[in-house]
Design a protein around this ligand. Structure first.
Ligand code: SF4
Ligand code: MG
Length: 336
């Protein structure tokens, strides 16, 4: 499938400053430190990792809501790195759904106005009648009734609110929707419903998703491919089945060890790793492979040398000294 989004060697570094009158930079937090991936048309790329690994910062950088230190972001064939969220040419085509369906909807606005606001801002509708019709259509698209348009967010459950947020995100007919933990605030029983709404919409509208989450069961359900992040870097990218059935990076193996698998044969064949210790601080990451302090397979070289992300097969890449490539490849090649 054709590529919709390409992120190349993205870096988002924050200065650490001290002092009140005269501020002085005393260090730098490398929240995102050389991340490359792509999202194809009609596909979902899951972006996973423990909290603080840089997933959300990556999502905000792609949305152009977060300044970028280095690297490039290409969307629909355009380099949007220098653009920003409020004025960028891409802004109608890339939308987002946030984690918190309570905080993200204005409690004083009727559902119709929440869903329809982008239509007004971008002057999409020629008449009031067309506007009302479009809002009703959007609500129907996510399985809500037209009468719900006149109600307020507090009258809805978490799952319904997230449907409202999805309807709003779709109002300008985006090609890419960035979902940052869109179901993690919901009851488990409701999560599958909302994920299924997203999947149906993808089928119907040909949408692409960058789906940021820490819940691997949800990511496995919705994703076509998955990228795993650790301390600001992508440590493994693979198709969903390859990643879950044959993870290569010890960190991925450790993450997956915690998730039960339905197929007992796959379960038995799966490599098992247990991670020990806490996630190190991004303010002071370990040398070499930043996972070496927790990796059960760490070697001497791991403390000294940072392993590059190398391609091991079509669409499969990992960054680990256990899996050296013959030739380390360029970030743009990994992203493709
Ligand atoms: Fe473990 Fe070394 Fe691979 Fe890092 S490079 S994941 S420390 S084996
Ligand atoms: Mg987050």
């Amino acid at each position: 499938a054709a590529e919709l989004l390409r992120v190349e060697d993205l870096k988002v570094h924050f200065p650490i400053e001290r002092g009140i009158v005269r501020r002085k930079q005393v260090g730098v937090v490398k929240a995102v430190d050389g991340v490359s991936f792509s999202v194809r048309r009609g596909e979902t790329l899951g972006l996973v990792g423990e909290s603080g690994c840089g997933k959300s910062t990556t999502a905000l950088a792609v949305l152009r809501m977060q300044p970028v230190t280095a690297g490039r972001i290409h969307f629909e064939g355009q380099d949007i790195t220098a653009q920003d969220r409020s004025t960028g040419s891409f802004r109608r085509r890339m939308q987002m759904v946030y984690q918190d369906p309570y905080g993200s909807l204005d409690p004083r606005m009727k559902v119709a106005d929440i869903v329809g606001e982008p239509l007004v801002v971008h002057r999409v509708c020629a008449s009031k009648a067309e506007y009302r019709e479009r809002v009703a259509e959007l609500l129907a698209t996510v399985g809500l009734l037209p009468a719900m348009a006149e109600r307020y967010p507090h009258e809805f459950s978490g799952g319904q609110r997230q449907r409202i947020a999805i309807a709003r995100a779709l109002s300008l007919q985006p090609s890419l929707v960035i979902c940052d933990e869109p179901v993690s605030a919901l009851d488990v029983s409701i999560q599958a419903q909302v994920v299924n709404v997203l999947m149906e919409l993808q089928q119907r509208l040909g949408l692409s998703y960058l789906f940021v989450a820490h819940d691997l069961a949800v990511v496995r359900h919705i994703s076509h491919r998955v990228a795993v992040m650790y301390l600001g870097r992508v440590v493994e990218i693979a198709s969903r089945d390859e990643l879950f059935d044959r993870p290569l990076h010890p960190y991925t193996q450790a993450l997956l060890s915690a998730v039960p698998v339905a197929d007992p044969e796959a379960e038995a064949a799966r490599p098992r790793q247990v991670i020990t210790g806490e996630v190190p601080s991004v303010m002071n990451p370990p040398s070499g492979c930043t996972f070496h302090t927790r990796c059960p397979r760490a070697m001497e070289v791991c403390k000294r040398e940072s392993p590059p992300l190398v391609e091991l097969g079509p669409g499969r890449a990992t960054a680990c000294h256990l899996h050296p490539a013959v030739i380390p490849i360029r970030p743009e090649a990994v992203a493709a």
